[in-house]
Design a protein around this ligand. Sequence first.
Ligand SMILES: [Zn+2]
Length: 857
Amino acid sequence: MKHVLVLAMWMAAALSASAQTTTPTASSPASSRIDSPAQFLGYKVGDRFTPHHRVLAYAEQVARQVPSRVRLIPYGTTYEGRQLMVVAIASEANLSRLDEIRTNNLKRIGMLEGSPSSAAQPAIAWLSYNVHGNEAVSSEAFMDVLYQLLDPANPVSQKVMNATVVILDPGLNPDGHDRYVNWYNQMMGRSADPTPAAREHNEPWPGGRYTHYLFDPNRDWAWQTQEITQQRMALYQQWMPHLHGDFHEMGVESPYYFAPSAKPYHEDITKFQRDFQQTIGQYCSRYFDRNGWLYYTRERFDLFYPSYGDTYPTYNGAIGMTYEQGGSGRAGLAIEKADGDTLTLRQRIDHHVTASIATLESVADRAPDVVKEFGQFFDNARNKPIGAYKSYVIKANGDAGRLKALQQLLDRNKISYGYAGKAQTLPGFNYTSQKNEKSVSIAPEDVVISAYQPKSTLLKILFEPNSALEDSATYDITAWSMPYAFGLQTYGLTTRLTPSATAPAAAAAPAPSTMKPYAYVVRWQSMPAVQMLAGLLKQKIRVRAAEKPFELEGKTYPSGTLIVARAGNERFGDRLDALVRAEATRTGADLTPVQTGFVTKGSDFGSDFVTALKAPRVAVVVGDGTLPPAAGEVWHYFDQELNYPISVIDGNALGSVDWNKLDVLILPTNYNYGRFLNDRVLAAVKGWIQSGGKLIALERATAFLAGKDGFDLKEKEDKSAKDKEKKGNAADSLKLYGDRERTAISDETPGSIYRVNIDSSHPLGFGLTNGYYTLVQNAYNFDFLKDGWNVGYLKSDNYVAGFSGKNAKEKLKNTLLMGVQNYGRGSVVYLADDPLFRGFWYNGKLLFGNAVFMVGN
Ligand SMILES: [Zn+2]
């Protein structure tokens, strides 16, 4: 019955607050000019869930009613066509000079040319609601926060408005939000049923948490693979707020969580940022104590991985926090908890509203300090950047596709870069060998990133070879270093280099021959080539791939190089050239016309070692038991990145697949394969592979297939467990209860980087001639294939970066990560790691393209 008590206390606090002033949950009547959410919606906030467009409509209504205080800033549209928008709320004086406040802030930190005006700079506080769509309470809270901030009788709001510009994002992930809310509203009867087993508390797959393509948008802040993130971050970079709060929900049973965050903190979080975590905690706890609400701090949610809504702003100079309310997609309007209390939507809203306003108050009380410290962060970044390396050099002799993709990531994060401009030799750290070298040759066209720039801290963190982990119990991956993700030859230099703005003029390309070429060749080394292949195959243009490297007209080409010859494409006649050139322009692939197929080294174009590629008909298995992002990454890869058709098939429908119409079946991680791939379906799949099908198993799907009849993959015997048994003295290995989290993690490797030994002569390794680094998330322990091809494997010392527990490190020695089994006329591709993880491991996209288009031809 505790909730009754809490409600009573809340009401008492609300009543006393209207007299005494300080409780932000007080909802004293705002100016009569402004509709309350209830007046506008026709129901009280908390009585039901509000669809995204109605939440925005309320903001629009308020903006119409008080245009001098509220400005809507639309910033884009989702895949499903929903509007994205933030709402700026300020005093009349500040709103009238809103753009000046914004540009002054950018000028102060060096992100915009010019000197800031001398006018006082208010703090800019940005609160983000509902990044995880089924944590839908915070979009409801948004409406209350907006209304309260405009309440002239609320002294806390007045204080906030005098000192800050507030930016509220009502819903970062409207597709996910409406997926949940529409579903919930359909499930609900006349009133909410708090029974946990009721269907309204059991959201079906994939759930509203994710984006349209089932990505986790709160892992995407730095990588910006999703359209909602790209559009929002473009706006974020134009504002660069001083504070960012990110509102979430978690399990039903958990009390509220606010700052200070848990360890580990990234080592580069400043003292001011750390101290402010404490300040926020004090402000929030003051209100939560008064209302008798339970909360916790300093546990579970850490500040390390750079692509969250708290760490990303922190590495961009702001104070960044996460707030977590118990509930999420499970709680509905009301749910009974284990202790017998009922948690209501209204309670959840109250907590987020209170934490929002307490946070804004903490900034308002210290606005000049917050602004000053923010400026100092950027002064340091520009003049005395952190980290050992003062410049990074990225060799241009690799591949234009990779380099361009990296540049796009830098652009999106407003990290500036240029070119070396002249040849020189300097000492530097070689990311590939992981050693310091005395003389690194730098060519004029190499890309140079200077650490002396506003985004220096973010740059350092994205590029550090190994991130220092102060405490290993973390929530997420522990390594992400960009040179490894992109597979680009990179050096960290302790010397400061000043990059030149323009690339040195490339040697003038020879005038295009008027002769019709014999063929076109495309180097197979990064995504543009895969995209081009997908585009050509879609148009039914005949493409071949060279199995061996070759030399032609003075140039060398690696294995996998695509060849589009006139032969086989006669039906396109003279149109062929235009079609091929258009695809090269669209994708940026490296296209060379050649006048002969008679190579100086390697195999001629008519050889058996030059194989014709098929346009595969592809399907991915999704549905119950699949980790939604694991399925979404595959879907997104085909649909958005390759623009190549893929059938998305629910696991339950596998029994009715017409196998004759399928060439490639992709199995992402799923915990339910035992049910989907029962004996009957598995027999059909095996028959299909026998007659030419290709099965690609990822992560947990490899473990599912391991040991099954017909599949060559085997897990090794767990020697360490046996050793432990043998050791005898059982008392030595007893675990301390208090250490249980720590003991468990010695088996884990929650995203660490390993260097993979690659057989780049195999089609699965094509184009990976500079090696391959993988992000290991599961310490599977596979034996080498006896009959198949061991294309990617770890030897005994391949660890590079990130946390890898003692036992996990042991397991990852002499282990297969990527293998191909020939199976009748078909094949099985085993990929123990997910090369498409979060869509940010750029080099993995080529590897996956190999699995789909190259293997088994
Ligand atoms: Zn969340």
